[in-house]
Design a protein around this ligand. Sequence first.
Ligand SMILES: [Zn+2]
Length: 296
Amino acid sequence: MRILTALLACLLLILPCAAAGETVVTSFYPIYLIALNLFDGVEGIDVHNLAAPDFGCLHDYQLTVRDMKALSSADVFLINGADMEEFIEPALESLPELEQRIVDASPGVFLIEEDEEGETPYNPHIWLSVRNMQTMTANLAEGLAAMLPAHAEAIRANRDAYLERLRLLDAEITEQAIPLKGFAIVTFHEAFPYFADAYGIEIAAVMAHEPGDSLSAGELMELVKLERSLGNPPLFTEPQYSDSTAITVSQETGAPVYQLDPCVTGPANPPLDYYETVMRRNLTVLLEAFESAGQA
Ligand SMILES: [Zn+2]
């Protein structure tokens, strides 16, 4: 009886601890989507996304007091890397112990150098190549399995399932994008070079280097001139940012306007295949634009 009581006491001590679980913080939406897939069906993990699901890219993101609190209690912090999280350096100054808990998705991904206007050496929008997305998933899974060994087996099984879906997605886009080889488009944010490079599309110009750049009348006229000099290729805006510049350029040149989604925002509780859905939709939009351009 005494042994039983002792056992019961032990259990009561252990249980609250086991139920408390672990907190995994992700920096922004694409990383959040990977984490949700890796933890599918895994109990006791709280996946918390730092940037709000409607925030978009982390360019110039300022950490809030709430973010610092979340980071200080995170068991693991998953980041995109490739200089997307420019706030990392200042965050590590106040939270030096965080460095041991960071898993970077970017080692081994194919990197594209920024043009001379870029603020970082490489373009950070790496997840828009489905092949990079596979490398990122593998990197995050390995880091998580090492830091959360109790869940390693489940994380690796989820990784394999997600990698298989991403392989199918890449094969599907590669096949359907064959007619798009050399198709010239104009975008308004430096987000799509990875997608373009993977599938042979040509980004003839990027009209605003980073979103939020506001333009003078003179700068707008320069863009109109540039668009005309390129032969008025279709313009692609993004749902996250204002399309007023694109509309002005379109009104002046007659170039059509379409929308591509860099998958940096979405529902707070997205379906696990959200990235795949967005990438397929982007391909459909590009094929539509290509067909209309051919008929013009
Ligand atoms: Zn961006």
